[in-house]
Design a protein around this ligand. Structure first.
Ligand code: PLP
Length: 451
């Protein structure tokens, strides 16, 4: 009896101590590093969303990552739900990947000549996505979408491009029109530095609205080279396609001879081994990839129908090249990752964990009477702080971003690192355990108390 009571008191004290510690994380070194960084790097960061602009405060500087954890320069440890913005489906520094990278580095880091590694990665991609008959490696998702659009234009001999509001395809000039993520957050959908002439061929339509596409295509179908889409949107938060939307898109593009490009930079090997196209059983003409296929190193790729891809130099006239494209170290990291992912079991496991997190967070919101819209496809999920369903960019923008900022800082203080913007996905990796997921839900419950 006595020992039970004693244990209970001890437990309460410990919990209290942990909470006290958690809510007072010290980030002095990060603050110093950020101040220093701003002297040399615009805004102190190499990609805008990292600066915490949408949520306030100063970014934490990372010292290391391991599994689902990140450690900052002050020594604080966080459960990481950003995963480098999508690539790290196996978590940080997976020993299997690290080993292969180390071996590759010892053989030299770049040759500027073909290797068997490039062929191997291309094979692994094609196996997962049969719509890809040929694939070209590049160094980032941006490069992939930029090149895919050039090929589509060269192949069709047409200029116009359709994209969708809130979809982000990297910082390609002609696609930085109503883009999501960083651009949404900063409120600069049209960036200065992009001449009006560059975007006059870009048509931006609302996502999930098949009538809007039909209308434009029935008038201008013959001018349109391609339609590029995040088939499951992930850069305005996670917004899945409505029923029959993607099927309709496939039908219209076929009818008008328009190249359909699925931008699967985020969703490829993430929502399923074969990406969104396997989930919905649709064959796009071209697919762009990035993130996961680089295993944490900088890689992008675009591929698709042989007849389209063969219009690229040196076979065809459309020029595209890259000094470090197909880099052996990056290829090795990609191969090592895709070889592990080939085992479909991983996706079943990810589905279970992501579902546990999503349903847990949903219940916490319900219990606390906090209005929210929850979306999830596989291990990509999102909690939108809004009382109406989110189906496109207009509805996404209705979210209470101040509330998101409160959520973000509350979670960060307790050791959980979510994206510093409402308009981003939560990524679950194979390295997240039930223990971490359950403690995330508990922390979320705590945070909502202050709402
Ligand atoms: C991240 C992303 C890109 C851009 O990739 P980078 O490697 O950042 O250039 C393009 N499209 C989608 C859908 C993305 O999520």
């Amino acid at each position: 009896m006595f020992s039970l009571l004693f244990l209970k008191i001890l437990n309460t004290l410990l919990t209290y101590k942990i909470q006290l510690y958690m809510s007072k994380i010290i980030t002095e070194k990060s603050k110093k590093a950020f101040a220093e960084a701003q002297n040399f790097i615009p805004g102190g960061v190499n990609s805008p969303v990292r600066a915490f602009g949408a949520v306030g405060g100063t970014p934490i500087f990372i010292r290391s990552g391991s599994g689902c954890y990140l450690t900052d320069v002050d020594g604080n440890k966080y459960v990481d739900y950003i995963g480098s913005w999508g690539p790290l489906i196996l978590g940080h520094a997976d020993p299997r990947i690290v080993k292969r990278i180390n071996e590759a580095v010892a053989n030299g880091t770049s040759y500027g000549a073909p290797t068997e590694l490039e062929v191997k990665l291309a094979q692994l991609i094609k196996e997962a996505m049969p719509s890809i008959e040929k694939v070209r490696m590049v160094n980032s998702g941006t490069e992939a979408t930029m090149s895919a659009i050039r090929v589509a234009r060269g192949f069709t001999n047409r200029d116009a491009v359709i994209k969708f509001e809130g979809c982000y395809h990297g910082h390609v000039d002609s696609l930085l029109v109503q883009a999501g993520s960083g651009a949404t957050t900063l409120g600069t959908p049209n960036s200065p530095g992009i001449p009006q002439d560059f975007v006059k061929h870009t048509i931006s339509l609302p996502y999930n609205d098949i009538d809007a596409i039909n209308e434009v295509c029935s008038k201008r179908g013959k001018d349109i080279a391609c339609i590029i889409i995040e088939a499951v949107a992930g850069n305005m938060g996670v917004v899945p396609p409505k029923k029959n939307y993607l099927e309709g898109l496939r039908e219209i593009t076929k009818k008008h001879g328009i190249v359909l490009i699925f931008d699967e930079v985020m969703t490829g090997f993430r929502v399923a081994h074969g990406g969104v196209q396997s989930l919905y059983n649709i064959k796009p003409d071209l697919t762009t990839l990035g993130k996961i296929i680089g295993g944490g190193l900088p890689v992008g790729a675009y591929g698709g129908k042989k007849e389209i891809m063969d219009s690229i130099s040196p076979v065809g006239p459309v020029y595209q090249a890259g000094t470090l494209s197909g880099n052996p170290v990056a290829m090795t990291a990609g191969i090592a990752t895709l070889e592990i992912l080939k085992d479909g079991k991983i996706y079943t496991n990810l589905e279970e964990k992501a579902k546990r997190l999503a349903t847990g967070m949903e219940k916490v919101c319900e219990d606390a009477n906090v209005p929210a819209c929850h979306t999830r496809i596989g291990s990509m999920l999102c909690t939108f702080f809004t009382d109406s369903p989110v189906t496109d960019y207009t509805t996404a923008k209705k979210c209470d971003t101040k509330r998101y900022a409160k959520f973000f800082h509350g979670m960060l203080d307790r050791g959980f690192y979510f994206a510093p913007s409402q308009f981003e996905a939560v990524f679950v990796s194979t390295a997240h355990g039930e223990k971490e997921i359950d403690s995330t839900i508990d922390a979320f419950k705590e945070v909502l108390k202050s709402f």
